[in-house]
Design a protein around this ligand. Structure first.
Ligand SMILES: [Fe+2]
Length: 134
């Protein structure tokens, strides 16, 4: 489970709101996976995937509008993560393995989310905040 205190705050409030929504979805996914609830895991994985696409698109729009110089580096990381999510959904559709979802969350996803916010999102948000609000 991710607790709110683990989520680094960035300089753009709407991005923080989105990260909080993401945290809630990920925690729901973890509970469903830990209880072996295949139907819920499938539904929440889809919801998480759709939320991630919207989440990244809105960050990318803000980066573009503010002329963020490392746009492509940040977008490449979003794209990599979306491909990983697609692969995970395909794997789950075939194998129905809720334990693999728990392992992915524990071993990879939660660390990635926190690290991504701490690094790329923090830097991008500082740029966005200075260049769009002045
Ligand atoms: Fe990001």
């Amino acid at each position: 489970m991710i607790v709110q205190e683990q989520l680094p705050m960035v300089a753009v409030p709407s991005m923080n709101d989105t990260h909080l929504e993401e945290m809630i979805i990920v925690n729901r996914l973890e509970s469903a996976a830990r209880s072996g609830d295949i139907q819920s895991v499938e539904k929440i994985l889809q919801e998480f995937h759709e939320h991630s696409i919207e989440h990244f698109t809105s960050e990318e729009t803000l980066m573009k509008e503010s002329g963020f110089p490392a746009f492509h580096v940040h977008k490449a990381e979003h794209d990599r993560h979306l491909h990983e999510l697609e692969a995970l959904r395909k794997y789950f559709d075939t194998n129905r393995d809720t334990k693999a979802i728990v392992a992915y969350l524990d071993g990879n996803l939660v660390k990635w989310i926190i690290h991504h916010i701490q690094t790329m999102d923090t830097v991008s948000a500082m740029h966005i905040q200075t260049h769009l609000n002045s």
